[in-house]
Design a protein around this ligand. Structure first.
Ligand code: SF4
Ligand code: SF4
Length: 174
């Protein structure tokens, strides 16, 4: 995926049905109420430390129908789901939920940043989101610390298979 938020907009990339698609999903219902006041961005803890992450911009691009651009953007995945934006929006737009809906759609299309794909692979393999280096495990031993509890990837796989998520991830090469 590439950073695509700042490119000039061409008419060909506008999908007029996109805003309705999102508005019809749970959490996206109030998308069209946004009047671009910018409160969500000014209160967002991630936007404070990022030059590119702007929830207001994500909402506007979604309203405009820039489906591919939004779904392929890595910045979509920076949201920490803290719900500050949702709590403070004067128009009651469920900003955090709109972002969740967009991420679900992006994941359905296989547009997931490499770092999250690697986390998923690690969870499925070891039960941990982060592969703890052998060196660190040995260091624990030398410090007399107890071994870390074993992950249970089998049970995670079973749960993911039951909700058909594993099948979907395999199909999309996640
Ligand atoms: S706070 Fe609400 S109305 Fe204001 S820009 Fe964000 S989503 Fe739009
Ligand atoms: S939920 Fe996401 S977009 Fe909203 S304030 Fe928190 S980090 Fe920012």
């Amino acid at each position: 995926m590439t950073e695509t938020m700042e490119k000039p907009i061409s008419a060909a990339e506008v999908n007029p049905k996109f805003k309705y698609e999102i508005s019809n999903m749970h959490g996206g219902e109030k998308l069209m109420r946004c009047f671009q006041c910018g409160t969500c961005t000014s209160d967002c803890p991630i936007a404070r430390f990022s030059d590119t992450y702007r929830p207001r911009q994500i909402i506007r691009m979604t309203q405009l129908g820039l489906k591919d651009r939004v779904l392929k953007s890595d910045t979509l995945w920076l949201c920490a789901s803290c719900f500050t934006c949702t709590d403070r929006c004067p128009q009651d737009v469920e900003v955090a939920s709109v972002i969740r809906v967009l991420r679900n759609l992006a994941a359905e299309q296989g547009c997931i940043p490499q770092v999250f794909k690697e986390e998923c692979a690690s969870i499925l393999e070891s039960g941990y989101a982060y592969r703890i280096p052998e060196l660190r495990l040995k260091k624990r031993e030398t410090l007399g610390l107890p071994p870390l509890p074993k992950g249970n990837p089998g049970s995670i796989r079973k749960t993911l298979r039951e909700v058909h998520l594993l099948e979907h991830m395999e199909k999309k090469g996640v």
